[in-house]
Structure formats: structure tokens, C-alpha cells
Design a protein around this ligand. Structure first.
Ligand code: NAD
Length: 365
């Protein structure tokens, strides 16, 4: 039988980006070698690496290659070397251009705290153990992009303003992403808004309620105000399955949720909604540990698992997740999660262990 070939653009980026991308690709290759699909990679530059090479954090032709791929995988961008640059020339601007150019309007961030990691959480073990949620954040609208925005006068007598604006269509499409995901999970969606104060959030609540009633009556839906929801995230995170929220609230809530597992090095993400998905670890380029074989590759490897899911390779994705769990269960930890009594490993060794466990999971069915 002919193999499916997926075209993936790799943008390893800066700092630990290339190190963790290498391990993600290693795991992808290990699963594809024993599966009915393969990958065709194109290596490109993004962020600081692209500024050094091309003089821009994401040149148009790199974006164009990404738009023609089946998926884009990004490591991380940014670093001190480029901190003096401003506006469109900053490494992070390349990332915004990429998200916009791929029209990815929904950012998916799963946060799971398996029992073996619960003791590493800054919260009490019994509070976080078993947490398994997916935060769906609207990514291309809301107050970060709304017009009008501006600043008038000076800092003694002026004012400044942004606009939180959502169209019905923007809310409908991100709500559908959340409901669809909840069908693959525990069938519960919590929509987070501030409908008691903001008229734009009243529209948000009305639209989510209608989409639920008309299209997803099999899913349990509840609404929460953002202040309460953020408090609930740390008091009782296990109550959540899928959270859907706007751009700014999602920004704050997903970083709050990110602390539950004890390390940024565990958290994957996917940005979807356009024709090409973008997969990247949540963490940045971690210049403090770059080039030292210290970075935790799990966030990148789990981002690769999300990519496999998105491409329709659910078995392979599940095997990679199982591989990560088993590697952690064996006691292996990179420095960010290491405690006395556990086995301290580097980036490469962690990647190798996860490959072995993933393959074992695939071959054992
Ligand atoms: P960071 O996520 O790079 O690092 C924060 C802390 O977490 C550091 O102590 C780092 O060592 C640790 N850490 C992060 N990832 C880790 C991993 N995989 N394994 C072990 N430890 C890990 O955030 P920062 O320090 O605020 O930013 C550094 C640079 O990254 C900046 O230039 C920033 O703009 C950029 N950044 C990029 C992205 C992105 O590419 N998506 C996201 C956030 C920050």
C-alpha cells in the first residue's frame, strides 16, 4: 500500500528551539518508520535565526512555503541578541505574521498533570493530580486586534484606548472548535467571559449558548466569569474539560493553567482553523539553558503528537503520548523536573527514551 506523505515545514528558531525540535522530529521519524505514512521536511528559519540569515523574522517566501505545507512545526523564537530590535523586526513579530498568514484563529493548549508529575506542581498534589484540560483560546480577534486603538496627548494629560470587539462569526467558529474537541474528550465545555460587565462578552455568551443549543446538545455547557474561572483553575483544576475563551482572557488563563504541571517544558500547543496547522511548544527559547542539552523536549514532542492527531494519525499520536507517560513513569527527568531519587537525563536521552517507549506502545498495540 502506498504511504501517505506529509509535507512539514520545520522552523526550529532560536535558543533551545533547535534542540527540542530535533527530538520531536526523532520521535516523528520513529513512528512513521513503522506506520503507513512518512514525512517530507523542509527546514527553514524563523525569528532571530531568520533575522541573521535573511534580515527579517519571517520573510514572505518562508511564509509562502508554510502556507503550502500540510503542517508547520516551530521550536521557539527570541533572545537577547535581537532584543534591541523594534516593531516588525522583532523575532516575536515573525510568529504573529506566521499565525496571521496561516489564518489560525484557535489556539489549543492541553494541560494534563499525570499522577507521576503531581508532586512537582507548585499546588498541592491532591489538588492537581489527574488534571486534564484543554484551553481553547481565540487567537486573531478581541482586544489585541480591535480598532479603534490609540494614544492621545502625553502621559500627563492624555488618554489611550483599545477596543474589545468580536463578530458573531468569530465567536461561532471558535465555539465550534471547542465543542468538536469536547466530543473527543469528556463532553464538557466551560465558556469563560465577563458578560456581567462587557457588552461584547454578552454577545460571546449568547452566541456560544446558541451554537450549543442548535449543534451540540449532547455536550454539557457551563458559563463562568473570568475572575471566578481563574480562581477555579488553581482551587479545583480537575473540574475542567474544555475551556473556551477570548484572546486576552485566554492569554492569562492558559499561562495560569501552565503552572499546574510544574514546568513550562511540558506544555504543547496547536494553532488551528486555517488550512495549515501550526504546532509549537508553549515555552520560549530559554536562553539560560540553550545549547547545554538541558531543555525538556516533552513540550515539543507532545506538540508533534498534536500534529499527528491533526493529520488524522490518531494511533501514532496516542502512542507518542503513551511514550511520554512511560518515560516519566520510569523515573527519567530533565533538570526542570528532577528531584532526588529520580534519574536525571539530558534533552537527547529523554528524546531517545520517549522514542523507545513510543515504539513499544505501537508494537504492543
Ligand atoms: P522561556 O519560556 O524561554 O523561559 C522561562 C523559564 O522556563 C526559563 O527559566 C527557562 O529555562 C525555562 N524553560 C523554558 N522552556 C524549558 C524547557 N523546555 N525545559 C526546561 N526549562 C525550560 O521564557 P522567557 O525567559 O520569558 O523568554 C526567553 C525568550 O523566549 C524571549 O526572547 C522571549 O521573547 C521568547 N519567547 C518566545 C516564545 C515563542 O517562541 N513561542 C514564547 C515565549 C517567550
Amino acid at each position: 500500500m502506498e504511504k501517505n506523505v506529509y509535507k512539514v515545514v520545520l522552523l526550529p528558531g532560536d535558543g533551545i528551539g533547535p534542540e527540542v525540535t530535533e527530538q520531536a522530529v526523532r520521535v516523528l521519524n520513529a513512528v512513521s518508520d513503522v506506520s503507513n505514512f512518512s514525512f517530507e521536511y523542509e527546514n527553514e528559519f524563523a525569528g532571530g535565526a531568520a533575522i541573521d540569515r535573511y534580515g527579517h523574522p519571517l520573510p514572505d517566501d518562508v511564509l509562502h512555503k508554510c502556507q503550502l505545507a500540510d503542517a508547520v512545526f516551530l521550536g521557539a523564537v527570541g533572545g537577547e541578541k535581537w532584543d534591541h530590535l523594534t516593531g516588525d523586526m522583532r523575532p516575536e513579530s515573525g510568529l504573529l505574521k506566521l499565525r496571521k498568514g496561516l489564518s489560525v484563529f484557535a489556539n489549543l493548549r492541553p494541560v494534563a498533570v499525570p499522577a507521576v508529575l503531581a508532586e512537582a506542581s507548585p499546588l498541592r498534589e491532591e489538588t492537581v493530580k489527574g488534571t486534564d484540560m484543554l484551553v481553547v483560546r481565540e487567537l486573531t480577534g478581541g482586544i489585541y486586534f480591535g480598532e479603534p486603538k490609540g494614544r492621545e496627548g502625553d502621559d500627563e494629560a492624555g488618554e489611550a484606548f483599545n477596543t474589545m470587539r468580536y463578530s458573531v462569526e468569530e465567536v461561532e467558529r471558535v465555539a465550534r472548535v471547542a465543542f468538536e474537541w469536547s466530543r473527543k474528550r469528556r463532553k464538557k465545555v466551560t465558556s469563560v467571559d465577563k458578560a456581567n460587565v462587557l457588552v461584547v462578552m454578552q454577545l460571546w455568551r449568547d452566541v456560544v449558548t446558541r451554537i450549543h443549543r442548535d449543534e451540540y446538545p449532547d455536550i454539557e455547557l457551563n458559563h463562568m466569569y473570568v475572575d471566578n474561572a481563574t480562581m477555579q483553575l488553581v482551587l479545583n483544576p480537575r473540574q475542567f474539560d474544555v475551556i473556551v475563551t477570548g484572546n486576552m482572557f485566554g492569554d492569562i488563563m492558559s499561562d495560569t493553567a501552565a503552572t499546574l504541571g510544574g514546568s513550562l517544558g511540558l506544555l504543547p500547543s496547536a494553532s488551528v482553523g486555517g488550512s495549515v496547522g501550526l504546532f509549537e511548544p508553549v515555552h520560549g527559547s530559554a536562553p539560560d539553558i540553550a545549547g547545554q542539552d538541558k531543555a525538556n523536549p516533552i513540550a515539543a514532542i507532545l506538540s508533534a503528537a498534536m500534529m499527528l492527531d491533526h493529520l488524522g494519525e490518531q494511533n501514532a499520536a496516542a502512542a507518542v503520548r503513551k511514550g511520554v507517560e512511560e518515560a516519566l513513569a520510569s523515573g527519567a527527568r530533565t533538570g526542570d523536573l528532577w528531584r532526588k531519587g529520580l534519574n536525571k537525563v539530558g534533552t537527547k536521552e529523554m528524546g531517545e527514551l520517549i522514542c523507545q517507549q513510543t515504539l513499544a506502545s505501537l508494537t504492543n498495540g
